[in-house]
Design a protein around this ligand. Structure first.
Ligand code: HEM
Ligand code: HEM
Length: 231
């Protein structure tokens, strides 16, 4: 399904929101929350890696991977390689990001997997991993037959969009959950940090929306060499 609207302007808005979202989450975790650390006696610094990698990795780089087919003036094969590499980076950063949430919980004596956010999170990363493996095997190496590729493509797009929307929704739940914890421990509800966290989540949601708008609108014309074609 593609609306008769050009995708390129949506990709520009998405890039701009990606930069704003990345800067905001870094300002939050480094300036307001004290920084990032893999090992520390202050366990919150270990947690801080989680939102940074989930937003910049899974959401922002994953979103750039999706829009790469419509945002880059390159040949189909080159875009395919960029799409799969960016998704691999998003997946790896997502896995490390989830690992840091577990590491923080384990080192702080907090239970694992008690929340809606954590259950959805596990489902999303598993689906994302399976989607990547299937995409790689069918569209890249060793590559399926023409029939398998053309029949798989609509499923690849719909499952990819499904996993991505769930990821953006779960990131929003994550921001909300963390901010609620902080407010319950005394953080001012109308203070600058609370506004910053809510604003970061809003930017993430708008970014996700523009990624989806790109998917449902039209890529470059099919006639030229830089075409957006079916498979
Ligand atoms: C799509 C992106 C995200 C995924 C897939 C994800 C996944 C997860 C998972 C699996 C856990 C469970 C760790 C455990 O049980 O030990 C977790 C914990 C947590 N995450 Fe995320 N996360 C994402 C984004 C975020 C963001 C952006 C924030 C913002 C601060 C956040 C905040 C939290 C918090 C506060 C916890 C600890 C409480 C809990 O387990 O629910 N998450 N996350
Ligand atoms: C978790 C990883 C992945 C996700 C979430 C994902 C998602 C998507 C989405 C949403 C689209 C539609 C883009 C659009 O129409 O604007 C797409 C297209 C596509 N993806 Fe993936 N993808 C993933 C991994 C891969 C991998 C590893 C390959 C292997 C090469 C691949 C190959 C393709 C191809 C060939 C298209 C069609 C492009 C076209 O119609 O011209 N994907 N993907």
């Amino acid at each position: 399904m593609a609306f008769e609207i050009k995708a390129l302007p949506f990709t520009f808005v998405a890039h701009a929101l990606a930069i704003v979202g990345a800067v905001l989450v870094l300002v939050w975790c480094i300036h307001f929350r004290g920084g990032l650390a893999w090992e520390s006696s202050n366990k919150s610094l270990i947690f801080n890696i989680h939102p940074v990698l989930m937003l910049i990795g899974l959401i922002i780089i994953g979103g750039e991977a999706i829009i790469s087919y419509k945002s880059l003036p390159l040949k189909k094969q080159e875009k395919k390689l960029i799409h799969l590499v960016l998704h691999a980076v998003a997946l790896i950063l997502g896995i490390i990001g989830i690992y840091t949430a577990f590491k923080y919980h384990n080192e702080s004596g907090i239970a694992n997997l008690y929340s809606l956010h954590s259950w959805l999170g596990i489902a999303i990363i598993v689906l994302y991993g399976l989607q990547w493996i299937y995409g790689f095997l069918v569209f890249f190496f060793p590559g399926g037959s023409t029939t398998i590729r053309s029949e798989s493509l609509p499923w690849h797009v719909i499952v990819g969009v499904f996993a991505y929307i769930l990821a953006v929704a779960n990131a929003a739940i994550g921001f909300l959950e963390k901010l609620t914890f902080l407010e319950n421990s005394g953080l001012a509800k109308y203070g600058s940090e609370a506004l910053l966290v809510n604003f970061t989540a809003a930017v993430a949601i708008f970014y996700g929306a523009f990624v989806i708008l790109t998917v449902v609108s039209q890529g470059p014309p099919v006639e030229d060499d830089y075409s957006y074609t079916a498979i």
